[in-house]
Write a protein that binds this ligand. Structure first.
Ligand code: ADE
Ligand code: ZN
Length: 332
């Protein structure tokens, strides 16, 4: 089924095999003797336990070619899963704090995206995420460094540890981003409370909520998200691995769709959570017993919620319709 992926951290697509390959190429010693030992460390108890390993893994990325190789691997994998459009997060502060230039990061990622358009027929763009455990001053400094490359990313996002790091802390840097015409998204309601989702809408004026699954704790918020047609980029395997829900069978994706929310399925950090986008679909559909009509709705939502032009979105949805027709699967 053709689809868009709207919530993927490129650093979260760094597979253990590629971490070892890049460590060797860059002569970096890893604290794990083998790929298997590294993979065995991927036993998370919450968001922070994951982030500690995720930021450490990104330490092997030094040169433009490293960023290219990581992005190319993801784009190849996504194209194989029939992703027609990917809106890809990157965390520049994770790299600039280690002395890697912003230009090195963006040039490698951008080159992979250009090659993928031509060689894989996949449309992709970048969204620059600020790390919310750092200060707004740090975010501003990063944004300043990024502005000479403003034609190479389409939006701004907010990620990293949610608890205790409310969106209001980043009001000014997002206001500046909006003035300059960037699209706005933000993580909220993954581990943080519904109040953070309200703040992301009221203060940052986000156009999409990343995760957002805790919105159901606030019925007025759910009504608002439906009324204002704010999409949620939901990541089921991530939510299972980070214990947002005890088991995938307890996930509220079916409930979100039942409320009429514009929910989508995404992989978040596929190298760490056991699956790319199609595995997120198949595992979730198995666990929740969702229907063909819900599959159609999720894919349609993914295109509708993307930052492409209306005309381009229409073309993708026509492809989706043709796919469902060819399988004789109902869409309603
Ligand atoms: N960075 C990478 N994955 C993330 C997630 N699921 N939540 C917050 N920050 C992240
Ligand atoms: Zn995320």
């Amino acid at each position: 089924m053709p689809k868009a992926e709207l919530h993927i951290h490129i650093e979260g697509s760094l597979e253990p095999e590629l971490i070892f390959h890049l460590a060797k190429r860059n002569r970096i010693a890893l604290p794990y003797p083998t790929v298997e030992a590294l993979r065995a460390a991927y036993a998370f108890t919450d968001l922070q336990s994951f982030l500690d390993i995720y930021y450490a893994g990104a330490g092997v990325l030094l040169h433009e070619q490293d960023f290219y190789d990581m992005a190319w691997a993801y784009l190849t994998r996504a194209a194989a899963d029939h992703v027609l459009r990917a809106e890809i997060f990157f965390d520049p502060q994770t790299h600039t704090a280690r002395g890697v230039g912003f230009d090195v990061v963006i040039n490698g990622l951008h080159r992979a995206i250009i090659d993928a358009r031509r060689r894989l027929s996949i449309s992709a763009d970048l969204i620059l995420c600020f790390l919310r455990h750092l200060s707004e001053e740090d975010a501003f400094a990063t944004f300043e460094e990024a502005l000479p490359y403003r034609d190479r990313f389409i939006g701004l996002g907010l990620d990293s540890g949610e608890q205790g790091n409310p969106p209001e802390n980043f009001a000014r840097v997002f206001a500046r981003g909006r003035e300059l015409g960037f699209r706005i998204v933000a993580h909220a309601g993954e581990e943080g409370p519904p109040a953070y989702i309200h703040a992301v809408l009221n203060v940052l004026k986000a156009e999409r909520i990343d995760h957002g699954v805790r919105c159901v704790e606030d019925p007025l918020l759910v009504e608002r998200l439906v009324r204002e047609r704010i999409p949620l980029t939901v990541c089921p395997l991530s939510n299972e691995k980070l214990r947002v829900f005890p088991r995938l069978a307890d996930h509220n994706l079916g409930v979100l769709l039942g409320h009429g929310l514009i929910a989508t399925i995404n992989s978040d950090d596929p190298a760490y959570f056991g699956g790319y986008i199609n595995q997120n679909f198949t595992a979730t559909f198995d666990a929740l017993q969702l229907t063909n009509a819900q599959a159609y709705r999720l894919a349609q939502n993914s295109f509708a919620a993307s930052f492409a032009t209306p005309e381009v979105k229409r073309g993708w949805i026509e492809k989706l319709d043709a796919c469902f027709e060819s399988f004789g699967a109902g869409t309603a």
